[in-house]
Design a protein around this ligand. Structure first.
Ligand SMILES: [Zn+2]
Ligand SMILES: [Zn+2]
Ligand SMILES: [Zn+2]
Length: 170
């Protein structure tokens, strides 16, 4: 995976400054966790990140990963996301544009999207109710394209006459 070294250096600097400010100790394990997190452009749970870090250094414990994620969140480098399965995921926050998520309930795939119209609409709704909007996260649940295809294929191979007739016409 290509890593933007300039951006990485900047994020690392933010992390180290935050650690110093909070009077935390800089350790090789924390550095590694930071590195693995920043290299992964994904929505990771603490456990996901733990396994990725584990591959690099099996001595890093799950608690250390969890605590470091909290530090990353406090430093503004990570953001918590809830995708509807009750778990907490983390994604990059620094320098990342706001976006919302579509989540496939079939395979768990997450699609990130951004719509100016939707954002504006949400502001308008908040205004209407004189609601002071501080932040929002929009989550759309459904079935992704791949899973829909799979469903069609499964149905077509089953003994369902109507589907077969349709297949013949095409
Ligand atoms: Zn949004
Ligand atoms: Zn899917
Ligand atoms: Zn995201």
């Amino acid at each position: 995976m290509a890593v933007d070294t300039k951006k990485f250096a900047e994020e690392k600097k933010i992390f180290l400054e935050h650690i110093e400010k909070e009077g935390l100790r800089r350790t090789a394990q924390r550095d590694l966790i930071l590195e693995v997190f920043l290299k992964t452009e994904d929505h990771l749970s603490s456990e996901d990140l733990y396994w990725l870090v584990h591959k690099e250094d099996p001595n890093v414990g799950q608690t250390t990963v969890y605590r470091t994620l909290k530090v990353l969140t406090d430093a503004g480098l990570a953001r918590e996301v809830r995708l509807g399965d009750g778990r907490t995921y983390y994604e990059h926050h620094h320098d990342h544009q706001h976006h919302d998520h579509m989540i496939c309930t079939g395979c768990g795939k997450v699609i990130e999207f951004f719509s100016e119209e939707l954002e504006a609409m949400q502001d308008k709704m908040a205004d209407k109710y004189n609601f002071k909007l501080t932040h929002h996260s929009l989550r759309i649940l459904g079935i992704c394209n791949d899973c829909q295809q799979k469903e069609v294929n499964t149905a077509a191979s089953g003994a369902q006459p109507r589907v077969r007739v349709k297949t013949n016409i095409n």
